[in-house]
Design a protein. Structure first.
Lengths: 112, 116
């Protein structure tokens, strides 16, 4: 089947620390991969995406590379800020079924 | 441009009551979705629609119903509410290809429902 597995949180970091949030997936087809972010009290919003193997998605200093050989799409940021505190969701899309599959989310807390 | 609007934002129900969560989008999107988010869990798809008059079940449809009479609106009906339906509900929409294939799901702010 199709599923997404994320590292459990919460992840607590000091400002300017390096961030990695692991994401692996299983898919019956050739998926597109995404990271969504949910700030407190808000809905999810797209952070970045990659549609084929070896693509790198990037936005707001965050990056993730589509690794087909390891079925992974890990999220990284070199220097986190307090404003990055949020819940991050990894997701995949299987084109033929028009359905998104979300991971369980990883809460990030950044301390000043 | 309002995007995706959900109402109400908060609601408390008693066991056995019924209610409708409203969702409207003003982006002329064909695809609309209802998800629920339980504490510490990911989003689970309840129902989705690929256009007016067309709906289909997602992963967790039991206890819910939907309709899609217009492109803009996609209400979610809870019949005979149960404590297991306590959750945060998100409505989302997406346009047809190529927007859908780029993964741009637009979410509402969520509706927090408690069943006591």
């Amino acid at each position: 089947g199709n599923s997404v597995t994320q590292m459990e949180g919460p992840v607590t970091l000091s400002e300017e620390a390096f961030l990695t949030i692991n994401c692996t997936y299983t898919a019956t087809g050739y998926p597109s991969l995404f990271w969504y972010v949910q700030y407190p009290g808000e809905g999810l919003q797209l952070l970045l995406k990659a549609t084929k193997a070896d693509d790198k998605g990037s936005n707001k200093g965050f990056e993730a590379t589509y690794r087909k050989e390891t079925t992974s799409f890990h999220l990284e940021k070199g220097s986190v800020q307090v404003s990055d505190s949020a819940v991050y969701f990894c997701a995949l899309l299987i084109y033929n079924f028009n359905k998104f599959y979300f991971g369980s989310g990883t809460k990030l807390n950044v301390k000043p | 441009n309002a995007g995706v609007t959900q109402t109400p934002k908060f609601r408390i129900l008693k066991i056995g009551q019924s209610m409708t969560l409203q969702c409207a989008q003003d982006m002329n999107h064909n695809y609309m979705y209802w998800y629920r988010q339980d504490p510490g869990m990911g989003l689970k798809l309840i129902y989705y629609s690929v256009g007016a008059g067309i709906t289909d079940k997602g992963e967790v449809p039991n206890g819910y119903n939907v309709s899609r009479s217009t492109t803009e609106d996609f209400p979610l009906r809870l019949e005979l509410a149960a404590p297991s339906q306590t959750s945060v509900y998100f409505c989302a929409s997406s346009g047809q290809t190529p927007e859908l294939y780029t993964g741009e799901l637009f979410f509402g702010e969520g509706s927090r429902l408690t069943v006591l």
